[in-house]
Design a protein around this ligand. Structure first.
Ligand SMILES: *[C@@H]1O[C@H](CO)[C@@H](O)[C@H](O)[C@H]1NC(C)=O
Ligand SMILES: *[C@@H]1O[C@H](CO)[C@@H](O)[C@H](O)[C@H]1NC(C)=O
Ligand SMILES: *[C@@H]1O[C@H](CO)[C@@H](O)[C@H](O)[C@H]1NC(C)=O
Ligand SMILES: *[C@@H]1O[C@H](CO)[C@@H](O)[C@H](O)[C@H]1NC(C)=O
Ligand SMILES: *[C@@H]1O[C@H](CO)[C@@H](O)[C@H](O)[C@H]1NC(C)=O
Ligand SMILES: *[C@@H]1O[C@H](CO)[C@@H](O)[C@H](O)[C@H]1NC(C)=O
Length: 504
Protein backbone atom coordinates (compact mmCIF):
# COMPACT_ATOMS: atom_id res chain seq x y z
CA UNK A 1 0.00 0.00 0.00
CA UNK A 2 1.18 3.52 -0.74
CA UNK A 3 1.81 5.87 2.18
CA UNK A 4 -0.91 8.44 2.71
CA UNK A 5 -0.26 12.04 1.68
CA UNK A 6 -0.04 13.18 5.28
CA UNK A 7 2.54 10.56 5.99
CA UNK A 8 4.55 11.64 3.00
CA UNK A 9 4.46 15.29 4.06
CA UNK A 10 6.10 14.27 7.30
CA UNK A 11 8.82 12.24 5.64
CA UNK A 12 11.43 15.02 5.93
CA UNK A 13 11.21 14.59 9.70
CA UNK A 14 12.79 11.18 9.50
CA UNK A 15 15.92 11.20 11.63
CA UNK A 16 14.92 14.39 13.45
CA UNK A 17 11.73 13.24 15.08
CA UNK A 18 11.29 11.43 18.39
CA UNK A 19 13.52 8.41 17.94
CA UNK A 20 15.04 6.05 20.48
CA UNK A 21 18.31 7.98 20.51
CA UNK A 22 19.81 5.83 23.23
CA UNK A 23 19.11 2.74 25.25
CA UNK A 24 17.61 4.01 28.59
CA UNK A 25 19.85 2.18 31.10
CA UNK A 26 23.05 3.27 29.45
CA UNK A 27 22.04 6.92 29.20
CA UNK A 28 23.94 9.65 31.00
CA UNK A 29 22.06 12.73 32.28
CA UNK A 30 23.38 14.76 29.33
CA UNK A 31 22.19 12.45 26.62
CA UNK A 32 18.86 12.01 28.44
CA UNK A 33 18.36 15.80 28.47
CA UNK A 34 19.23 16.15 24.83
CA UNK A 35 16.94 13.23 24.03
CA UNK A 36 14.07 15.00 25.82
CA UNK A 37 14.83 18.28 24.08
CA UNK A 38 15.05 16.52 20.72
CA UNK A 39 11.74 14.80 21.43
CA UNK A 40 10.05 18.09 22.34
CA UNK A 41 11.49 19.71 19.24
CA UNK A 42 10.25 16.85 17.13
CA UNK A 43 6.77 17.00 18.64
CA UNK A 44 6.56 20.77 18.10
CA UNK A 45 7.58 20.27 14.48
CA UNK A 46 4.97 17.57 14.03
CA UNK A 47 2.31 19.84 15.53
CA UNK A 48 3.28 22.70 13.21
CA UNK A 49 3.09 20.43 10.19
CA UNK A 50 -0.28 19.20 11.30
CA UNK A 51 -1.61 22.75 11.75
CA UNK A 52 -0.32 23.70 8.31
CA UNK A 53 -2.06 20.73 6.77
CA UNK A 54 -5.38 21.31 8.45
CA UNK A 55 -5.41 24.97 7.41
CA UNK A 56 -4.98 23.90 3.76
CA UNK A 57 -7.91 24.73 1.47
CA UNK A 58 -11.06 22.66 1.77
CA UNK A 59 -10.18 20.59 -1.28
CA UNK A 60 -6.63 20.12 -0.03
CA UNK A 61 -4.76 16.88 0.46
CA UNK A 62 -7.24 14.18 1.47
CA UNK A 63 -9.86 16.82 0.67
CA UNK A 64 -13.58 16.53 0.74
CA UNK A 65 -16.36 17.89 -1.37
CA UNK A 66 -19.63 19.47 -0.33
CA UNK A 67 -21.40 18.84 -3.64
CA UNK A 68 -24.20 16.31 -3.98
CA UNK A 69 -22.46 14.44 -6.78
CA UNK A 70 -24.41 11.84 -8.79
CA UNK A 71 -22.69 9.33 -11.02
CA UNK A 72 -24.31 7.40 -13.85
CA UNK A 73 -22.76 4.70 -16.02
CA UNK A 74 -23.57 5.29 -19.67
CA UNK A 75 -23.26 2.90 -22.57
CA UNK A 76 -23.64 2.60 -26.30
CA UNK A 77 -24.98 -0.79 -27.30
CA UNK A 78 -24.57 -1.34 -31.05
CA UNK A 79 -27.84 -1.67 -32.93
CA UNK A 80 -29.09 -5.22 -33.21
CA UNK A 81 -27.44 -6.50 -30.04
CA UNK A 82 -29.68 -7.92 -27.34
CA UNK A 83 -29.00 -9.21 -23.88
CA UNK A 84 -31.34 -11.47 -21.97
CA UNK A 85 -34.53 -10.29 -20.25
CA UNK A 86 -33.95 -8.33 -17.07
CA UNK A 87 -30.31 -7.73 -17.89
CA UNK A 88 -28.48 -4.57 -16.90
CA UNK A 89 -29.46 -1.47 -18.85
CA UNK A 90 -27.76 1.89 -18.56
CA UNK A 91 -28.68 5.24 -20.09
CA UNK A 92 -27.27 5.63 -23.60
CA UNK A 93 -24.32 7.79 -24.51
CA UNK A 94 -26.66 9.58 -26.92
CA UNK A 95 -29.29 10.48 -24.31
CA UNK A 96 -26.56 11.51 -21.86
CA UNK A 97 -24.89 13.82 -24.34
CA UNK A 98 -28.24 15.31 -25.39
CA UNK A 99 -29.00 15.89 -21.73
CA UNK A 100 -25.66 17.57 -21.09
CA UNK A 101 -26.14 19.80 -24.14
CA UNK A 102 -29.58 20.77 -22.88
CA UNK A 103 -28.20 21.60 -19.44
CA UNK A 104 -25.32 23.80 -20.61
CA UNK A 105 -25.77 27.46 -19.77
CA UNK A 106 -22.22 28.80 -19.55
CA UNK A 107 -19.55 26.54 -20.95
CA UNK A 108 -18.80 23.27 -22.71
CA UNK A 109 -15.26 21.93 -23.06
CA UNK A 110 -14.66 18.78 -25.11
CA UNK A 111 -11.43 16.80 -25.30
CA UNK A 112 -11.54 14.62 -28.40
CA UNK A 113 -9.56 12.46 -30.78
CA UNK A 114 -11.30 13.24 -34.11
CA UNK A 115 -14.75 14.31 -35.32
CA UNK A 116 -17.05 12.41 -37.70
CA UNK A 117 -20.53 13.08 -36.37
CA UNK A 118 -22.26 12.80 -39.75
CA UNK A 119 -21.93 9.90 -42.14
CA UNK A 120 -20.54 12.08 -44.86
CA UNK A 121 -17.29 10.22 -44.22
CA UNK A 122 -18.60 6.84 -45.34
CA UNK A 123 -20.62 8.10 -48.30
CA UNK A 124 -23.47 5.84 -47.19
CA UNK A 125 -26.98 6.78 -46.14
CA UNK A 126 -26.80 5.01 -42.86
CA UNK A 127 -29.91 5.83 -40.81
CA UNK A 128 -28.01 5.09 -37.59
CA UNK A 129 -25.96 8.24 -38.16
CA UNK A 130 -28.98 10.34 -37.16
CA UNK A 131 -28.03 10.41 -33.47
CA UNK A 132 -24.57 11.77 -34.25
CA UNK A 133 -26.01 14.37 -36.57
CA UNK A 134 -28.47 15.45 -33.88
CA UNK A 135 -25.69 15.89 -31.33
CA UNK A 136 -23.69 18.01 -33.75
CA UNK A 137 -26.75 20.11 -34.55
CA UNK A 138 -27.36 20.80 -30.85
CA UNK A 139 -23.73 21.60 -30.30
CA UNK A 140 -23.75 24.17 -33.10
CA UNK A 141 -26.64 25.97 -31.37
CA UNK A 142 -24.77 26.48 -28.10
CA UNK A 143 -22.67 29.57 -28.93
CA UNK A 144 -25.88 31.33 -30.01
CA UNK A 145 -27.32 30.55 -26.57
CA UNK A 146 -24.32 32.22 -24.97
CA UNK A 147 -22.49 29.02 -24.09
CA UNK A 148 -18.71 29.21 -24.57
CA UNK A 149 -17.70 26.06 -26.48
CA UNK A 150 -14.06 24.93 -26.57
CA UNK A 151 -12.94 21.84 -28.45
CA UNK A 152 -9.49 20.32 -28.10
CA UNK A 153 -8.87 17.76 -30.85
CA UNK A 154 -5.89 15.70 -31.89
CA UNK A 155 -3.99 17.31 -34.75
CA UNK A 156 -5.87 16.19 -37.87
CA UNK A 157 -3.81 14.23 -40.37
CA UNK A 158 -3.74 15.27 -44.02
CA UNK A 159 -6.75 13.10 -44.85
CA UNK A 160 -8.88 13.63 -41.73
CA UNK A 161 -12.36 14.93 -42.36
CA UNK A 162 -12.58 18.52 -41.20
CA UNK A 163 -16.19 19.42 -41.93
CA UNK A 164 -17.42 19.04 -38.33
CA UNK A 165 -14.54 21.11 -36.99
CA UNK A 166 -15.15 23.81 -39.60
CA UNK A 167 -18.84 23.87 -38.74
CA UNK A 168 -17.99 24.21 -35.05
CA UNK A 169 -15.72 27.16 -35.74
CA UNK A 170 -18.36 28.81 -37.88
CA UNK A 171 -20.87 28.42 -35.04
CA UNK A 172 -18.61 30.41 -32.74
CA UNK A 173 -16.93 27.50 -30.94
CA UNK A 174 -13.17 27.72 -30.46
CA UNK A 175 -11.28 24.70 -31.78
CA UNK A 176 -7.65 23.95 -30.99
CA UNK A 177 -5.69 21.10 -32.59
CA UNK A 178 -3.13 19.62 -30.24
CA UNK A 179 -0.07 18.52 -32.16
CA UNK A 180 0.68 15.42 -30.10
CA UNK A 181 2.67 13.75 -32.90
CA UNK A 182 5.15 16.62 -32.66
CA UNK A 183 4.96 17.00 -28.86
CA UNK A 184 5.16 13.37 -27.72
CA UNK A 185 4.93 11.14 -30.79
CA UNK A 186 1.38 10.12 -29.81
CA UNK A 187 -2.12 11.43 -30.41
CA UNK A 188 -4.75 13.14 -28.25
CA UNK A 189 -6.92 10.11 -27.57
CA UNK A 190 -8.80 11.42 -24.54
CA UNK A 191 -12.57 11.60 -24.65
CA UNK A 192 -14.31 13.78 -22.07
CA UNK A 193 -16.84 16.59 -21.74
CA UNK A 194 -17.07 19.31 -19.11
CA UNK A 195 -20.31 21.25 -18.77
CA UNK A 196 -20.63 24.53 -16.84
CA UNK A 197 -17.71 23.49 -14.65
CA UNK A 198 -20.16 21.17 -12.87
CA UNK A 199 -21.03 18.09 -14.92
CA UNK A 200 -18.78 15.76 -16.88
CA UNK A 201 -18.63 12.74 -19.17
CA UNK A 202 -15.56 10.54 -19.50
CA UNK A 203 -15.30 7.24 -21.35
CA UNK A 204 -14.51 5.37 -24.51
CA UNK A 205 -16.88 7.13 -26.93
CA UNK A 206 -15.30 9.20 -29.69
CA UNK A 207 -16.96 12.17 -31.36
CA UNK A 208 -18.06 9.76 -34.06
CA UNK A 209 -21.64 8.85 -35.05
CA UNK A 210 -20.62 5.19 -34.85
CA UNK A 211 -19.84 5.64 -31.14
CA UNK A 212 -23.56 6.20 -30.54
CA UNK A 213 -25.07 3.35 -32.54
CA UNK A 214 -22.47 1.02 -34.08
CA UNK A 215 -19.64 0.67 -31.55
CA UNK A 216 -19.95 -0.64 -28.01
CA UNK A 217 -18.89 2.07 -25.55
CA UNK A 218 -18.78 2.61 -21.82
CA UNK A 219 -18.35 5.83 -19.88
CA UNK A 220 -19.48 7.67 -16.79
CA UNK A 221 -21.40 10.90 -16.38
CA UNK A 222 -20.99 12.82 -13.14
CA UNK A 223 -23.54 15.51 -12.33
CA UNK A 224 -23.54 18.42 -9.89
CA UNK A 225 -19.95 17.84 -8.93
CA UNK A 226 -17.84 20.96 -9.31
CA UNK A 227 -15.05 19.44 -7.20
CA UNK A 228 -14.44 16.73 -9.81
CA UNK A 229 -15.25 18.90 -12.81
CA UNK A 230 -12.73 21.51 -11.66
CA UNK A 231 -10.03 18.89 -11.37
CA UNK A 232 -10.72 17.37 -14.79
CA UNK A 233 -10.75 20.96 -16.04
CA UNK A 234 -7.06 21.20 -15.21
CA UNK A 235 -6.34 18.32 -17.61
CA UNK A 236 -8.41 20.12 -20.23
CA UNK A 237 -6.51 23.36 -19.67
CA UNK A 238 -3.27 21.49 -20.30
CA UNK A 239 -4.55 20.31 -23.71
CA UNK A 240 -5.81 23.81 -24.37
CA UNK A 241 -2.44 25.36 -23.65
CA UNK A 242 -0.76 22.82 -25.95
CA UNK A 243 -3.24 23.60 -28.73
CA UNK A 244 -1.59 26.94 -29.47
CA UNK A 245 0.49 26.66 -32.67
CA UNK A 246 4.15 26.03 -31.86
CA UNK A 247 3.38 25.30 -28.18
CA UNK A 248 5.85 23.27 -26.18
CA UNK A 249 5.27 21.21 -23.05
CA UNK A 250 6.18 23.29 -19.99
CA UNK A 251 8.66 21.74 -17.57
CA UNK A 252 7.42 21.87 -14.93
CA UNK A 253 3.78 22.75 -15.51
CA UNK A 254 2.79 26.02 -13.77
CA UNK A 255 1.45 25.53 -10.26
CA UNK A 256 -2.18 26.18 -11.22
CA UNK A 257 -2.24 22.94 -13.27
CA UNK A 258 -1.25 20.86 -10.25
CA UNK A 259 -3.70 18.80 -8.23
CA UNK A 260 -3.98 17.42 -4.73
CA UNK A 261 -6.30 14.60 -5.81
CA UNK A 262 -4.34 11.51 -6.71
CA UNK A 263 -3.76 7.88 -5.84
CA UNK A 264 -2.31 8.83 -2.45
CA UNK A 265 -4.82 11.51 -1.47
CA UNK A 266 -7.97 10.97 -3.53
CA UNK A 267 -10.90 13.33 -3.19
CA UNK A 268 -13.21 11.93 -0.56
CA UNK A 269 -16.80 12.59 -1.44
CA UNK A 270 -20.24 11.07 -1.59
CA UNK A 271 -21.28 9.68 -4.95
CA UNK A 272 -25.03 9.09 -4.86
CA UNK A 273 -24.88 9.42 -1.08
CA UNK A 274 -22.28 6.65 -0.77
CA UNK A 275 -18.71 7.27 0.42
CA UNK A 276 -16.11 7.15 -2.31
CA UNK A 277 -12.52 8.23 -2.91
CA UNK A 278 -11.96 9.53 -6.42
CA UNK A 279 -9.25 10.91 -8.69
CA UNK A 280 -8.42 11.40 -12.37
CA UNK A 281 -5.25 10.00 -13.88
CA UNK A 282 -3.59 11.28 -17.02
CA UNK A 283 -1.11 10.20 -19.66
CA UNK A 284 1.48 10.58 -21.04
CA UNK A 285 3.76 11.49 -18.10
CA UNK A 286 4.87 14.74 -19.77
CA UNK A 287 1.27 16.01 -19.52
CA UNK A 288 1.00 15.33 -15.79
CA UNK A 289 1.41 18.43 -13.63
CA UNK A 290 2.55 18.11 -10.02
CA UNK A 291 0.35 15.81 -7.98
CA UNK A 292 -1.32 14.15 -10.99
CA UNK A 293 -1.19 10.35 -10.94
CA UNK A 294 -0.01 8.91 -14.25
CA UNK A 295 -2.56 6.73 -15.98
CA UNK A 296 -0.33 3.67 -15.94
CA UNK A 297 0.36 4.14 -12.23
CA UNK A 298 -3.36 4.40 -11.55
CA UNK A 299 -4.12 1.26 -13.51
CA UNK A 300 -1.36 -0.74 -11.82
CA UNK A 301 -2.45 0.49 -8.40
CA UNK A 302 -5.98 -0.72 -9.03
CA UNK A 303 -4.59 -4.16 -9.95
CA UNK A 304 -2.20 -4.18 -6.97
CA UNK A 305 -4.88 -3.30 -4.42
CA UNK A 306 -7.35 -5.96 -5.57
CA UNK A 307 -7.66 -8.77 -3.07
CA UNK A 308 -10.27 -10.96 -4.66
CA UNK A 309 -10.77 -10.29 -8.38
CA UNK A 310 -9.79 -8.10 -11.32
CA UNK A 311 -12.25 -7.89 -14.22
CA UNK A 312 -11.07 -6.05 -17.33
CA UNK A 313 -12.94 -5.09 -20.49
CA UNK A 314 -10.71 -3.49 -23.06
CA UNK A 315 -10.70 -3.26 -26.82
CA UNK A 316 -7.08 -4.05 -27.27
CA UNK A 317 -4.59 -5.64 -24.88
CA UNK A 318 -0.97 -5.99 -25.89
CA UNK A 319 2.18 -6.34 -23.78
CA UNK A 320 3.95 -4.38 -26.51
CA UNK A 321 3.92 -0.94 -27.95
CA UNK A 322 1.25 -1.16 -30.62
CA UNK A 323 2.55 1.20 -33.24
CA UNK A 324 5.27 3.73 -33.37
CA UNK A 325 2.32 6.05 -33.63
CA UNK A 326 -1.07 4.76 -32.46
CA UNK A 327 -3.47 4.58 -35.37
CA UNK A 328 -6.96 5.93 -35.40
CA UNK A 329 -9.67 3.55 -34.44
CA UNK A 330 -12.86 4.32 -36.27
CA UNK A 331 -11.27 6.85 -38.53
CA UNK A 332 -11.99 6.01 -42.13
CA UNK A 333 -9.71 8.18 -44.17
CA UNK A 334 -6.59 8.63 -42.18
CA UNK A 335 -5.76 5.09 -41.27
CA UNK A 336 -2.98 3.26 -43.02
CA UNK A 337 -3.95 -0.34 -43.68
CA UNK A 338 -1.15 -1.85 -41.62
CA UNK A 339 1.35 -0.73 -39.03
CA UNK A 340 4.05 -1.23 -41.63
CA UNK A 341 2.68 1.70 -43.58
CA UNK A 342 2.69 4.00 -40.54
CA UNK A 343 4.78 7.10 -41.07
CA UNK A 344 8.39 6.49 -40.07
CA UNK A 345 9.49 8.41 -36.99
CA UNK A 346 11.97 8.19 -34.17
CA UNK A 347 10.17 5.28 -32.44
CA UNK A 348 10.71 2.66 -35.04
CA UNK A 349 9.61 -0.89 -34.37
CA UNK A 350 7.17 -2.04 -31.68
CA UNK A 351 8.77 -2.98 -28.35
CA UNK A 352 7.96 -5.56 -25.74
CA UNK A 353 6.16 -3.70 -22.93
CA UNK A 354 4.97 -6.08 -20.20
CA UNK A 355 4.16 -3.49 -17.50
CA UNK A 356 0.49 -4.44 -17.18
CA UNK A 357 0.80 -8.12 -18.10
CA UNK A 358 3.43 -8.63 -15.38
CA UNK A 359 1.23 -7.07 -12.74
CA UNK A 360 -1.72 -9.27 -13.64
CA UNK A 361 0.39 -12.43 -13.47
CA UNK A 362 1.83 -11.27 -10.16
CA UNK A 363 -1.67 -10.71 -8.73
CA UNK A 364 -2.69 -14.20 -9.84
CA UNK A 365 0.44 -15.88 -8.57
CA UNK A 366 1.20 -14.02 -5.35
CA UNK A 367 -2.25 -13.07 -4.09
CA UNK A 368 -4.40 -15.64 -5.89
CA UNK A 369 -6.52 -12.88 -7.34
CA UNK A 370 -9.01 -14.11 -9.94
CA UNK A 371 -8.42 -12.33 -13.26
CA UNK A 372 -10.94 -12.17 -16.09
CA UNK A 373 -10.10 -10.30 -19.26
CA UNK A 374 -12.66 -9.53 -21.95
CA UNK A 375 -10.92 -8.21 -25.06
CA UNK A 376 -12.56 -6.66 -28.08
CA UNK A 377 -11.99 -8.28 -31.40
CA UNK A 378 -12.73 -7.29 -34.97
CA UNK A 379 -11.10 -7.69 -38.31
CA UNK A 380 -8.64 -4.89 -37.57
CA UNK A 381 -7.34 -6.46 -34.33
CA UNK A 382 -3.58 -6.82 -34.19
CA UNK A 383 -2.87 -10.50 -34.80
CA UNK A 384 -0.13 -10.45 -32.16
CA UNK A 385 -2.77 -9.78 -29.49
CA UNK A 386 -4.08 -13.36 -29.58
CA UNK A 387 -0.97 -15.36 -28.69
CA UNK A 388 -0.34 -12.98 -25.78
CA UNK A 389 -3.92 -13.43 -24.59
CA UNK A 390 -3.56 -17.21 -24.84
CA UNK A 391 -0.35 -16.98 -22.87
CA UNK A 392 -2.08 -15.09 -20.07
CA UNK A 393 -4.96 -17.57 -20.03
CA UNK A 394 -2.47 -20.46 -19.92
CA UNK A 395 -1.45 -19.48 -16.37
CA UNK A 396 -4.72 -21.00 -15.16
CA UNK A 397 -4.39 -24.58 -14.13
CA UNK A 398 -6.58 -27.05 -12.29
CA UNK A 399 -3.76 -28.26 -10.06
CA UNK A 400 -2.40 -24.87 -8.99
CA UNK A 401 -5.85 -23.22 -8.92
CA UNK A 402 -4.46 -20.04 -10.44
CA UNK A 403 -7.48 -18.35 -11.89
CA UNK A 404 -7.20 -16.45 -15.17
CA UNK A 405 -9.81 -16.48 -17.88
CA UNK A 406 -9.71 -14.67 -21.20
CA UNK A 407 -12.66 -14.21 -23.50
CA UNK A 408 -13.17 -12.29 -26.72
CA UNK A 409 -16.21 -10.13 -27.27
CA UNK A 410 -17.56 -10.21 -30.81
CA UNK A 411 -20.13 -7.63 -31.88
CA UNK A 412 -22.31 -9.33 -34.52
CA UNK A 413 -22.97 -7.56 -37.80
CA UNK A 414 -25.68 -7.93 -40.42
CA UNK A 415 -24.57 -7.75 -44.04
CA UNK A 416 -25.47 -4.06 -44.12
CA UNK A 417 -23.74 -3.32 -40.81
CA UNK A 418 -20.64 -5.13 -41.97
CA UNK A 419 -20.34 -2.51 -44.72
CA UNK A 420 -19.85 0.31 -42.21
CA UNK A 421 -16.11 0.89 -41.95
CA UNK A 422 -14.49 0.78 -38.52
CA UNK A 423 -17.64 -0.20 -36.64
CA UNK A 424 -19.12 -3.22 -34.81
CA UNK A 425 -16.54 -3.61 -32.07
CA UNK A 426 -16.38 -3.54 -28.28
CA UNK A 427 -14.45 -0.33 -27.65
CA UNK A 428 -14.77 -0.43 -23.80
CA UNK A 429 -11.76 0.47 -21.66
CA UNK A 430 -12.55 -0.25 -18.01
CA UNK A 431 -11.62 -2.42 -15.06
CA UNK A 432 -13.48 -3.35 -11.91
CA UNK A 433 -12.06 -5.03 -8.82
CA UNK A 434 -13.40 -5.84 -5.36
CA UNK A 435 -12.12 -2.38 -4.36
CA UNK A 436 -12.33 0.02 -7.24
CA UNK A 437 -13.71 1.01 -10.62
CA UNK A 438 -11.39 2.33 -13.34
CA UNK A 439 -13.02 3.96 -16.38
CA UNK A 440 -10.45 4.96 -18.96
CA UNK A 441 -9.99 6.15 -22.52
CA UNK A 442 -6.91 4.11 -23.53
CA UNK A 443 -6.24 0.75 -25.14
CA UNK A 444 -4.01 -1.39 -22.96
CA UNK A 445 -0.77 -1.28 -24.88
CA UNK A 446 2.42 0.67 -24.37
CA UNK A 447 1.94 3.69 -26.63
CA UNK A 448 -1.23 4.72 -24.88
CA UNK A 449 0.57 5.25 -21.58
CA UNK A 450 3.92 6.55 -22.79
CA UNK A 451 3.07 8.84 -25.72
CA UNK A 452 -0.65 9.23 -26.18
CA UNK A 453 -2.88 11.54 -24.18
CA UNK A 454 -5.58 9.72 -22.25
CA UNK A 455 -7.21 9.89 -18.85
CA UNK A 456 -9.22 7.80 -16.46
CA UNK A 457 -11.67 8.15 -13.61
CA UNK A 458 -10.72 6.00 -10.63
CA UNK A 459 -13.35 5.40 -7.97
CA UNK A 460 -12.37 3.59 -4.81
CA UNK A 461 -15.54 2.30 -3.24
CA UNK A 462 -15.76 -0.76 -1.10
CA UNK A 463 -19.08 -0.12 0.63
CA UNK A 464 -22.51 -1.06 -0.66
CA UNK A 465 -24.86 1.29 -2.46
CA UNK A 466 -28.07 2.45 -0.85
CA UNK A 467 -30.46 0.99 -3.41
CA UNK A 468 -29.13 0.64 -6.94
CA UNK A 469 -25.64 -0.34 -5.80
CA UNK A 470 -22.47 1.71 -6.00
CA UNK A 471 -20.95 2.66 -9.31
CA UNK A 472 -18.35 -0.06 -8.68
CA UNK A 473 -21.11 -2.63 -8.19
CA UNK A 474 -22.93 -1.38 -11.28
CA UNK A 475 -19.77 -1.67 -13.34
CA UNK A 476 -19.32 -5.20 -12.07
CA UNK A 477 -22.86 -5.98 -13.21
CA UNK A 478 -22.09 -4.64 -16.70
CA UNK A 479 -19.02 -6.84 -16.84
CA UNK A 480 -20.96 -9.93 -15.75
CA UNK A 481 -23.65 -9.25 -18.36
CA UNK A 482 -21.10 -9.04 -21.18
CA UNK A 483 -18.90 -11.87 -19.93
CA UNK A 484 -21.84 -14.29 -19.73
CA UNK A 485 -23.50 -13.10 -22.92
CA UNK A 486 -23.82 -14.95 -26.22
CA UNK A 487 -21.29 -12.50 -27.67
CA UNK A 488 -18.35 -13.63 -25.60
CA UNK A 489 -16.14 -16.57 -26.58
CA UNK A 490 -13.41 -18.29 -24.61
CA UNK A 491 -9.99 -17.72 -26.13
CA UNK A 492 -9.54 -21.51 -26.33
CA UNK A 493 -12.52 -21.82 -28.71
CA UNK A 494 -10.43 -20.70 -31.65
CA UNK A 495 -12.94 -21.95 -34.25
CA UNK A 496 -15.48 -19.45 -32.99
CA UNK A 497 -13.30 -16.38 -33.42
CA UNK A 498 -10.29 -17.08 -35.62
CA UNK A 499 -11.96 -16.29 -38.93
CA UNK A 500 -13.31 -12.98 -37.65
CA UNK A 501 -10.66 -11.48 -35.39
CA UNK A 502 -7.68 -9.87 -37.01
CA UNK A 503 -8.63 -11.23 -40.41
CA UNK A 504 -7.22 -8.10 -42.01
C1 LIG B 1 -28.36 18.52 -10.08
O1 LIG B 1 -28.84 19.55 -9.22
C2 LIG B 1 -30.01 20.19 -9.70
C3 LIG B 1 -30.28 21.38 -8.79
O2 LIG B 1 -30.18 21.02 -7.45
C4 LIG B 1 -31.14 19.20 -9.74
O3 LIG B 1 -32.30 19.79 -10.25
C5 LIG B 1 -30.73 18.04 -10.65
O4 LIG B 1 -31.72 17.04 -10.63
C6 LIG B 1 -29.42 17.43 -10.21
N1 LIG B 1 -28.99 16.44 -11.20
C7 LIG B 1 -28.83 15.15 -10.90
C8 LIG B 1 -28.47 14.24 -12.03
O5 LIG B 1 -28.94 14.72 -9.78
C1 LIG C 1 -3.07 28.86 -15.21
O1 LIG C 1 -2.85 30.24 -15.41
C2 LIG C 1 -2.66 30.62 -16.78
C3 LIG C 1 -2.29 32.09 -16.79
O2 LIG C 1 -3.23 32.83 -16.10
C4 LIG C 1 -3.91 30.33 -17.58
O3 LIG C 1 -3.74 30.66 -18.94
C5 LIG C 1 -4.22 28.84 -17.47
O4 LIG C 1 -5.44 28.53 -18.11
C6 LIG C 1 -4.32 28.42 -16.00
N1 LIG C 1 -4.45 26.99 -15.93
C7 LIG C 1 -5.40 26.37 -15.23
C8 LIG C 1 -5.33 24.92 -15.14
O5 LIG C 1 -6.28 26.98 -14.68
C1 LIG D 1 -8.90 2.41 -1.56
O1 LIG D 1 -8.97 2.93 -0.26
C2 LIG D 1 -8.41 2.09 0.72
C3 LIG D 1 -8.71 2.68 2.07
O2 LIG D 1 -8.51 4.05 2.08
C4 LIG D 1 -6.92 1.96 0.43
O3 LIG D 1 -6.36 1.09 1.36
C5 LIG D 1 -6.72 1.40 -0.97
O4 LIG D 1 -5.35 1.41 -1.31
C6 LIG D 1 -7.47 2.20 -2.00
N1 LIG D 1 -7.45 1.49 -3.26
C7 LIG D 1 -7.32 2.08 -4.45
C8 LIG D 1 -7.42 1.21 -5.63
O5 LIG D 1 -7.12 3.27 -4.58
C1 LIG E 1 -7.11 0.36 -30.09
O1 LIG E 1 -6.77 -0.89 -30.56
C2 LIG E 1 -7.29 -1.23 -31.82
C3 LIG E 1 -6.99 -2.66 -32.12
O2 LIG E 1 -5.63 -2.93 -32.06
C4 LIG E 1 -6.75 -0.29 -32.86
O3 LIG E 1 -7.27 -0.59 -34.14
C5 LIG E 1 -7.14 1.10 -32.49
O4 LIG E 1 -6.56 2.00 -33.38
C6 LIG E 1 -6.70 1.42 -31.06
N1 LIG E 1 -7.18 2.70 -30.69
C7 LIG E 1 -8.41 3.00 -30.30
C8 LIG E 1 -9.00 4.18 -30.91
O5 LIG E 1 -9.04 2.39 -29.51
C1 LIG F 1 -10.21 -28.42 -15.20
O1 LIG F 1 -11.39 -28.82 -14.52
C2 LIG F 1 -12.58 -28.56 -15.25
C3 LIG F 1 -13.77 -28.87 -14.34
O2 LIG F 1 -13.52 -29.97 -13.55
C4 LIG F 1 -12.58 -29.41 -16.51
O3 LIG F 1 -13.75 -29.17 -17.26
C5 LIG F 1 -11.37 -29.02 -17.34
O4 LIG F 1 -11.29 -29.81 -18.49
C6 LIG F 1 -10.09 -29.14 -16.54
N1 LIG F 1 -9.02 -28.55 -17.31
C7 LIG F 1 -7.85 -29.14 -17.48
C8 LIG F 1 -6.86 -28.39 -18.31
O5 LIG F 1 -7.57 -30.22 -17.00
C1 LIG G 1 -27.03 7.86 -9.05
O1 LIG G 1 -28.18 8.65 -9.15
C2 LIG G 1 -28.64 8.83 -10.48
C3 LIG G 1 -29.73 9.87 -10.47
O2 LIG G 1 -30.50 9.79 -9.35
C4 LIG G 1 -29.08 7.47 -11.01
O3 LIG G 1 -29.57 7.60 -12.32
C5 LIG G 1 -27.86 6.56 -11.03
O4 LIG G 1 -28.21 5.27 -11.49
C6 LIG G 1 -27.27 6.47 -9.63
N1 LIG G 1 -26.01 5.79 -9.75
C7 LIG G 1 -25.63 4.88 -8.88
C8 LIG G 1 -24.25 4.35 -9.07
O5 LIG G 1 -26.33 4.51 -7.97
Amino acid sequence: MKPSGTYKQLDPLEGHGPQPTCFPRKCSRGTLLSAILLTLFGLAFLLLCHLRLSSAPRHGAGGSCGDTCRVVLVESIPEGMTFGHGSVMNPSTFSTWMNLLGTATRSLDIASFYWTMTNEDTRTHEPSATQGEQILEQLLQLPRRGVAVRVAVSHPSAKSPLSDLRALEQSGAVVRAVDMPRLTGGVLHTKFWLVDGTHLYIGSANMDWRSLTQVKELGAAVYNCSCLAEDLGKIFEAYWALGVPGASIPVPWPANYSTTFNVETPLELKLNDTDAAVYFSSSPPALCAAGRTQDLGALLNVIDTAEDFVDIAVMSYLPTTEFSRPQRCTQTHARPSSPASAPPNRFLSPRFWPAIDNRLRKAVFERRVKVRLLAGCWRHSQVSMFPFLKSLAAVADNRTHYSVEVRLFLVPASTAQAQIPYARVNHNKYMVTDKAAYIGTSNWSGDYFTQTAGSALVVNQTGSGISAGTVREQLQAVFERDWNSQYSTDIVDAERWESVCGSR
